[in-house]
Design a protein around this ligand. Sequence first.
Ligand code: R5P
Length: 304
Amino acid sequence: MIIAGSASQNLGAKVAKLLNKKFASVDTWKFPDGERYTRIKDEIPDEVVIIQSTYYPQDENLMELLFLISTAKDLGASKITVVTPYMGYARQEKRFNDGESISAKTVANLLEAAGATEFITLNIHEESVLDFFNIEAKNLSAMAPIAKHISTIVEDEPIIIAPDKGAFPFAEEIAKLLDCTCTYLSKVRLGPDKVETRIVDLRCDLSEDDLKKHSNVNIDSVKGKEAIIIDDIIATGGTIINAINILKEQGAKNVNVSCVHPILVKGATIRIYAAGCESIISTDTISSDTSLVSVAELIADALK
Ligand code: R5P
């Protein structure tokens, strides 16, 4: 049986349909004081899959997920596979400054304590977060369905661009599938709130000091090309907008943007289009107007 929380109802229904499994009827709402109520209205079998992304409002979606897991456990499920297509708090996987919470670890501990016996997520921001789990924890990649969609929108051979080095493996994965080139931009942190993005040629690796010396490292391979940016997350859009500006300056024919998790806060969508991007393509790990690619098949295959 597939059980979905309110943040992943559509995706959960698609997964249930693909697997030909029962999609549980779940009631969730908020009491007037803000507390969350959940009720699974079907009888709980021995094995269940619970799907819930924990994006905004993160804490409410997480509490709902914890309630669903512990209810399934209380009511007799012995195998509880938790699928969190987008895992909130995964960006705080270590103590960057003294005294900070390692939020990702707390979330992993909570899911397990509630009764999860297996954990599945997609393109988690830091793979090391999986090590916080004592149960089996898997990280799926949405690059194949994203690449498939990209192949339907490009006319010429594209160049795949990662907006920072951390996203380069995604660009490589897509470039391999589409048999095209890829590169990455370099994100340099010049001060606490100041991030500058510069372009680096294919697989050439400059140190941050070198980048500061060479204010404009040129790249000819983007000129006249259809550039496709790929990142795991778009939140405020700041990283992507920097990248669009650079690619346009470098003479890209056009720029499309893709990501797995469309958090898209603070007017990111409008600001990204205003920067001159043709289209934003994302998956449905978080439901958004940009969710043109479904990860339902990927999740269903992992559950088989
Ligand atoms: C950072 O390393 C991530 O991969 C994304 O690039 C980042 O979270 C995007 O954030 P924003 O859209 O706010 O620039």
